[in-house]
Design a protein around this ligand. Structure first.
Ligand code: PLP
Length: 357
């Protein structure tokens, strides 16, 4: 049976990228060597990095005064590294869920953290808006898409202080104005690559604001100056990331993927709103295009395990909601085909017929 991969992360990658990666593992570029066994200090790997850099810039319209680098350790490592590099006195954070909280906790080791806004009062079901941003902050940190709760900023925030965004789960899913951000970072395992690499896009002048002496690997300058090659970078995930960027360009770039993502999300949210057995969990205007959360409607709660089984039997993978939210979460990342969303919608409709008169 065909599987529909709604995993939250690591998650679906384009089929042709997976195939190319499989081939490269066996024989990289006709070299007779596996991609898993080549040195990063080779022309071949230089080209992988250079191509990825050029494509990232082209796809996201990243200006020349920004640098891109890759590191291991996941977004979770970057939570403390951001603060270690830039939090001298006081930074502002917006608390929109689990990942924001983790970033806040790490930042508190390095200085004062001012929570400028939080949606915790309503179990993170909305994106706080209209809060004021003091001009004396070292930076402002946001989580642009809340993978667990299914909320997302649909507009780029305007900030008088350097804006730093964790975009782990919606990077390259929609057009953004990179110039609104001083730094964009995230784990690549949601929209770009298998687990093992994080991306950082940083405005050069932010590097001049470093506030303390740092271990070499924690210092962002190291990775900028050595072009992600101070130590051995995660060769395989970076290769796949590059192939995913090529795929994105080949289908028409970010504007096209944004169109597709909106189409998929509208399809599923429309069914959630229509179907008597289900309801959405977050404010409509803040609904994520990437992570679509829903629960059984009032009075039908006890059907949740049965629906999960029903959906699993129909090929749906990874739709069980995070334990903090319950219910269901369909992650509809860039590479998820519309057919998978249609299959899930059909499944919900069939289930409704079985349980309503
Ligand atoms: C998945 C995720 C993370 C954690 O990433 P790791 O690479 O596992 O550390 C952080 N932030 C957001 C928004 C995520 O979705």
């Amino acid at each position: 049976m065909k599987k529909h991969n709604f995993n939250a992360g690591p998650s679906i990658l384009p089929q042709e990228v997976t195939e190319r990666a499989a081939q490269a593992v066996l024989d990289f570029n006709g070299s007779g060597l596996s991609l898993l066994s080549i040195s990063h200090r080779t022309k071949d790997f230089d080209k992988i990095l250079a191509d990825a850099d050029a494509l990232f810039r082209e796809l996201l319209h990243i200006p020349d005064n920004y640098r891109i680098f890759y590191v291991g350790g996941g977004a979770s490592t970057l939570f403390y590294e951001v603060a270690a590099n830039f939090l001298g006195k006081k930074a502002g954070y917006v608390n929109t869920g689990v990942w924001s909280k983790k970033a806040i906790k790490e930042a508190q080791r390095y200085g004062e953290v001012q929570i400028l806004a939080s949606s915790e009062d309503k179990n993170f079901t909305y994106i706080p808006k209209g809060f004021s941003i003091p001009a004396d902050l070292d930076y402002l940190h946001i989580t642009s898409n809340n993978t667990i709760y299914g909320t997302e900023y649909h507009e780029d925030l305007v900030s008088p202080v350097p804006l730093i965004a964790d975009m782990s789960s919606n990077i390259l899913s929609r057009e953004i104005d990179v110039t609104k951000y001083a730094m964009i970072y995230g784990g690549a395992q949601k929209n770009l690559a298998p687990a093992g690499v994080s991306f950082v896009i940083i405005r050069e002048d932010l590097l001049d604001r470093q506030v303390r002496d740092l271990p070499t690997m924690v210092n962002f300058r190291t990775h900028v100056e050595k072009n992600s090659m101070f130590n051995t970078p995660p060769v395989f995930p970076i290769y796949v990331l590059g192939e995913t960027l090529k795929w994105l360009k080949s289908i028409g770039g970010v504007s096209e993927i944004e169109r597709r993502n909106k189409e998929k999300a509208e399809l599923l949210y429309a069914e959630i709103d229509r179907n008597t057995l289900f309801r959405g969990t977050v404010e409509k205007e803040d609904r994520s295009l990437m992570n679509i959360c829903f629960v059984m409607a009032d009075g039908y709660e006890e059907l949740a395990p049965e629906f999960l089984q029903f959906a699993t039997d129909h090929g749906m993978v990874g739709i069980k909601g995070h334990r903090l939210v319950g219910g269901f979460r369909a992650s509809c990342y860039n590479a998820l085909p519309k057919e998978s969303v249609e299959a899930l919608v059909a499944c919900m409709q069939e289930f409704e017929k079985l349980h309503t008169k």
